[in-house]
Design a protein around this ligand. Structure first.
Ligand code: GEK
Length: 246
């Protein structure tokens, strides 16, 4: 157990055979600790998603948290939104994540009446009447060839004035910066208590499943779909959170 009460992530601590990373029961069990120690600025990003949701949630609309994991962004939004008539749709295709989120929500009656959990592939999710859509470190796991059609579907399901928030691991066209930010990121992970073995085994496990793009690629695709006013609102090394509006 960590100080915050979640289970400590030691999944990559022992030497292991290579294999792709999956969001299974073992990962869900340590996920709070894993993401807080692996994504620089994660808690700030979650808190600010709450602030953005408060500002942009419209009456009689939905907030979508796509790839919600244990529902950190869902709960940050529901804690702050003051609309009377709205719902949060929390989607993840990992049953282990959704089961734990449902268990947590059962202890939070003040917000849970606004939240629907869906265990489904977000590529199949129906999106409608959305005023806020969150892809917090999820788009990076969607196959590259599916990303434009997913974002097009999201755009079609959004209300005018709605905001899309996308947080991602990022690559940089400048080779020197790309290398520097990866090295700084690995130093951050060591500072967070991960060993060199854990860092390299996790990196290898994610290699085929987490496919990062450049900020320019995100900007261009969103613009082509019709989103406007795109920019980065948070960045730390090779992690960024961006927003754009319909
Ligand atoms: C957070 N947003 O704490 N359909 C549904 N879910 C998916 C899909 C898919 N096709 N692909 C991946 N996922 C969270 C953190 S984690 C990020 C998001 C990370 C889900 C997957 O099961 C996992 O729960 C989540 O996306 C990615 O704010 O672990 O780096």
């Amino acid at each position: 157990m960590t100080k915050s009460g979640s289970n400590k992530d030691r999944l990559f601590a022992e030497k292991m055979l290579p294999g792709d990373f999956v969001f299974d029961d073992q990962v869900a069990n340590v996920f709070d600790d894993m993401i807080n120690r692996s994504v620089p600025g994660y808690s700030t990003i979650i808190a600010m998603i709450g602030v953005l949701a408060e500002r942009y949630c419209q009456e009689q609309s939905k907030i979508y948290d796509l790839g919600c994991s244990l529902g950190a962004a869902t709960m940050a939004a529901a804690d702050r939104v003051s609309c009377a008539d709205y719902s949060v749709v929390a989607v993840d295709n990992s049953a282990a994540m959704i089961q734990r989120l449902e268990t947590r929500l059962a202890t939070l009656p003040a917000i849970s009446s606004h939240i629907q959990c869906r265990c489904e592939d977000l590529l199949d999710s129906e999106i409608s009447d959305a005023s806020v859509v969150v892809l917090n470190f999820t788009l990076q796991f969607v196959p590259l060839a599916e990303r434009a059609s997913l974002l097009e579907k999201i755009f079609q399901g959004m209300k005018p004035g709605g905001v899309l928030i996308i947080s991602e691991k990022i690559v940089f066209p400048d080779e020197k910066l790309d290398k520097l930010f990866i090295e700084m990121y690995h130093s951050f992970k060591e500072n967070m208590g991960y060993s060199k073995l854990e860092i390299s085994q996790k990196r290898a496990a994610l290699e085929n499943v987490l496919l990062p793009e450049s900020i320019a690629a995100h900007r261009q695709r969103l613009k082509q779909i019709g989103f406007h006013s795109f920019d980065v609102w948070f960045q730390c090394f090779n992690f960024a959170s961006m927003l754009a509006f319909k």
